[in-house]
Design a protein around this ligand. Structure first.
Ligand code: AR6
Length: 188
């Protein structure tokens, strides 16, 4: 596993699926499943800061001090350097905690994908790799996240024609398989 040809592609080939460690992806931007503090954490967030080094945290501190003194809201996204990673940038987004109260969690999860791709388009970035936002520590079931994220990506790709590839990187092959089974991309 890990060869992109192991899994189908979607949205006319613009969405690809693979198994791997997202910190190793040589794309224009990797997306981080962050939290509102932007001060790091476990899961993908921890791996990205470890692999990219202190330059990422330095920019996160600056973003907190200037644009988001109260933290990045759920569904929001911001961009930093990727430091020492092969990618050029990190787009940090904050997914919803599954099962917690408040507004519609699916809408918040969709906004993570939409806002991250909007930033990529604004910055002229063509290739973006995503982990499965919220499906780890934040507890969103992969089956549900697959449907929500695929529809959000499909819609965003229609708005942002300059984005060539959205690469969905799953840590576990089981998660990639569940995603493929439950995604809701138009079969075109
Ligand atoms: N590459 C690709 N996918 C990964 C990697 C990796 N290196 N590591 C884990 N995953 P999570 P969340 C998968 O917990 O649920 C942090 O503490 C993992 O299997 O990273 O959005 C933040 O600071 C899962 O499917 O993110 C927040 O506090 C997916 O990535 C909180 O966790 C997301 O798991 C965010 O929780």
């Amino acid at each position: 596993m890990g060869d992109p040809t192991d899994y189908p592609s979607f949205a006319g080939g613009r969405v690809t699926v693979k198994v791997g460690d997202i910190t190793q992806e040589a794309v224009d931007a990797v997306v981080n499943a962050a939290n509102g503090t932007l001060m790091g954490g476990g899961g993908v967030d921890g791996a990205i800061h470890r692999a990219g080094g202190p330059a990422i945290m330095e920019e996160c501190r600056n973003i907190r001090a200037t644009r988001y003194p109260d933290g990045l809201p759920t569904g929001g996204a911001v961009i930093t350097t990727a430091g020492r990673m092969p990618a050029r940038h990190v787009i940090h987004t904050v997914g919803p905690v599954y099962g917690s109260g408040g507004p519609d969690r699916a809408e918040e999860l969709a906004r993570c994908y939409r806002n991250s791709l909007e930033i990529a388009a604004e910055e002229g970035l063509a290739k973006v790799a995503f982990p499965a936002i919220s499906t780890g520590i934040y507890g969103y079931p992969m089956e549900e996240a697959a449907a929500v994220s695929s529809l959000a990506i499909q819609e965003a790709l229609r708005s942002f024609p300059s984005i060539e590839e959205v690469r969905l990187v799953f840590f576990l092959s089981r998660d990639a398989e569940v995603f493929v089974r439950h995604q809701a991309f138009d079969a075109r």
